[in-house]
Design a protein around this ligand. Structure first.
Ligand code: ACO
Length: 335
């Protein structure tokens, strides 16, 4: 069976930076509280006119350039997002059009909140290995601040916007995703949600007045499940790949909260320097958080060819997932 090597990568962020000090101006919080409880210092926030496809398209362009492919080479575009441009069509189709990927390529979205990158990686890897796709553009992008009530200090300090993308191609060598463990717990769907705007509760002026179009979250509860499920699925994914935790060169965790990341590191018995953290600059960028961290880790030389990298994420649903990826792109099967 072929493997699905990651041969290109890219990211895109809004230019606007909102610092903790900026938030202090309009909500009852402090830089000290936010840094101590979350590790976040600032986040990027999309401006009016910028939409999820804006950043998804830019990240996709960078990933294609890095892979040395042109849009006409791509036969599958998958976009992990829970903040699509519109309820339908899939924002992946908008990205297809923006990038000039020819008609006939397959394009669809995957929704798994903050776990979207790990979920989507399993989907595209499976399709590539099954031979139904060849050159894949996989993007994760969210404008989560679209759902933020900037008066709600429980949520507004946590999130930011952005996109990360990878290109996958078939390889004879064991590169790309080697193992993956996914899970969901719908019984906890109400721990975090946006109530209004879907078919369950269509938007009305009254609901808008009540602020039901915004995200709510029981942070303390989610914290516990996040640590438990990311740590357990990480250990399973490492075992499934036939490895020990000590074989992992770098862990790329979902960037939600530094305390969550530190608790996971402890459970995995991983030294802190083997865990990649960039949440101080971006906050929680939802599905985009893992690929943005992955791209920065590669650009900083933290990941080298042949390294085993552990990705782990957790989000609304509840959903979680961990995957072991072997970095490198030798032995590609000729196009
Ligand atoms: N500034 C100041 N005080 C605050 C703020 C704030 N921004 N937010 C909450 N507080 C207060 C609370 O009101 C509370 O006060 P009280 O004790 O008087 O009631 C106190 O701080 C402590 O609140 P906790 O909720 O216990 O704080 P905690 O230490 O749990 O941190 C946090 C809250 C940061 C939300 C944490 O629980 C967390 O990170 N949870 C996980 C969130 C997450 O990972 N979500 C992932 C999914 S995201 C997705 O799927 C898109």
């Amino acid at each position: 069976m072929n493997y699905a090597a990651i041969t290109g990568w890219g990211m895109a962020l809004p230019e606007r930076i909102v610092t903790n000090d900026d938030l202090e101006q309009f909500v009852d919080t402090s830089d000290e509280w936010i840094q101590t409880r979350t590790g976040i210092r600032e986040r990027r926030v999309a401006q009016p006119g910028e939409r999820t496809s804006t950043f998804a398209t830019k990240a996709g362009q960078h990933a294609l350039a890095q892979a040395g492919l042109s849009p006409k080479d791509i036969d599958l575009i998958v976009l992990a997002t829970c903040t699509p441009d519109r309820p339908f069509p899939a924002t992946a189709c908008t990205v297809q059009a923006n990038l000039g990927i020819p008609a006939g390529a397959v394009a669809f979205d995957v929704a798994a909140a903050c776990s979207g990158f790990v979920y989507g990686l399993q989907v595209v890897t499976s399709m590539l290995r099954a031979g139904v796709a060849r050159n894949v553009l996989f993007i994760a992008a969210d404008i989560f601040t679209h759902y933020i009530n900037w008066q709600d200090r429980n949520t507004c300090v946590l999130f930011g916007d952005g996109a990360g993308a990878v290109v996958l191609q078939p390889s004879q060598e064991a590169y790309g995703q080697l193992s993956c463990v996914l899970g969901s717990a719908g019984e906890h769907e109400d721990l975090m949600a946006v109530e209004a705007g879907g078919t369950r509760l269509p938007t009305t002026p009254e609901l808008l007045e009540e602020g039901r179009q915004y995200v709510y979250m029981q942070g303390r509860e989610i914290f516990k499940y996040a640590v438990r499920d990311m740590a357990a699925s990480s250990l399973q994914a490492v075992e499934q790949a036939g490895l020990q935790p000590s074989d992992i060169a770098l862990v790329i965790p979902h960037q939600a909260n530094l305390r969550i990341i530190e608790a996971i590191a402890k459970r995995l018995k991983m030294p802190r320097e083997n865990i990649f953290v960039n949440l101080e600059r971006y906050g929680n960028t939802s599905a985009a958080s893992v690929p943005i961290a992955l791209v920065e880790a590669v650009e900083q030389g933290r990941i080298k060819d042949g390294d085993h990298v552990l990705l782990t994420a957790f989000g609304g649903g509840l959903t979680w997932g961990s995957a072991v990826v072997r970095w490198g792109r030798e032995g590609l099967i000729a196009r």
